[in-house]
Design a protein around this ligand. Sequence first.
Ligand code: NOJ
Length: 535
Amino acid sequence: MQSSPWWKEATIYQVYPRSFFDSNGDGEGDLPGITARLDYVQQLGVDAIWLSPFYTSPNKDGGYDVADPRGVDPRFGNLEDAKELITAAHQRSLRVIADIVPNHFSDQHHWFQAALKAPRGSKERARFHFYDANSDGTPPNNWISLFGGPSWTQVEDGQFYLHLFDSSQPDLNWENPEVSEDFEKTLRFWIDLGIDGFRIDVAHGLVKEDILKNHPDPQGLSDALRLDLAMDTEKRNALLLTVPYFDRQGVHEIYREWRKIFDSYIGRDIMAVAEAWVHPPVNATRYVRADELHQVFNFDLLTAEFTAKVLYDVIDRSIALNATVNALPTWALSNHDSPRVVSRIGQEQAGALALFVFGLPGSTYVFAGQELGLPDGELSDSDRQDPSFFRTKGVIKGRDGARVPLPWSGDATPFGFTTGKPWLPISQSWSQFTVKSELKNPKSSLHLYQNALKLRKEFMNGSGEITWVESPEHASKGQALLAYHRGSVTVFMNLTDITQECKVDGKLLIVSSGTVDAHNEMKVIPARSCAWFIA
Ligand code: NOJ
């Protein structure tokens, strides 16, 4: 069953273009490479692809440093290739979502180049956040970049500009109408080319408040914004309430205007999903009010421990919060910014969690390679390219491990990804994870994903709410098992390292790993596994 509109309960496959498939042997994936592998994507059973940026860019931050938002970077091909990709995807009933990066441009964008040449106070500088130094020569405030180091860089005439990320990513000034006009043009440009939706980068960051004020604990705040640092939850939460540059009320006005643009394309069902890391979690629902965006990412599962208590809390909360604004949640276990789920919680656990999540209401995002059960790539420091590695002088290793190219075929690295030298090395130990070898292995992660996505379409999409059967709050085994009913299906997940018996009247549809033993109503769920039963 297909939910209506299409994005409501879609499975959306995130493609990181540089790492997907290289069509021309230069060691980097490209748009024709994606087009060439669309049959694979279609056979996986997803509904849409989300393309991480492929725009003209010096590529200091994996393309999230955009020098021309309406142009294709030559490393990925050209505009014709983008059109062909969209057409080929549509022919296979796959929608295409593009990334839009409105918080900042690359310093190579012609606006910023003009701003550098223009005097202080000029209209060219007013498109960014340029300010004079303090009287003692220090930057206008003490904010720290999310990639480490100060969030201000000084230019020749002594002024500073703001960059929440790398110094090559100057933040745009959204109080300047020229900025919103330019983004409206960009949205229309891609929609006119056939794009079906947008993933909005740093959607919560566009509006800054108190820009000339120091934050009382900039280092604490910067640490709190990093998920990889252990920090006392109360301290983190208290600090997150004080961010002067995220989740300000003004961002919602911007998305209300964008929504009008999307809706003006009658019959196209253009959607947008916000990358909004906000606190407290209830704030995320503001982005999906009826006149704003369609979805907001829920990032909880990127960091959640594989325990019944934690998973129950985040899943139940996300469903409940979204329901308050009549929206459905989103689920993601991996993306290009975080460690791959297999490396974080384990191979079997990752398969179990994926199967558990595929049954839930809402949309699911799958990061390319997740379906193969890929772990993070092993890299040496000389391979790394993430700006956060350089800006922290190697203290933070960065996100390259999750971005290692996909292994497609053959017995030797680079496993068919390229005929050249891959931009990040692919370990020889990945021979078991190639698409080709997994297609041959009925017990592979790829088969699990293909089968699960078929069943999701058949039994789960559009089947309404879930009812918890086992949870820390609902039943006797709720520390060991999580289970819910949805439609005619019951989904059980065993979180422990030993088998667990459960009572369920129904026939096994799928199990993520191991074998389910059945004695009439009593079923034995393997350790670290998830199973679906149909009544
Ligand atoms: C979020 C993107 O997902 C990430 O990859 C990027 O570095 C930052 N936004 C800055 O654009």
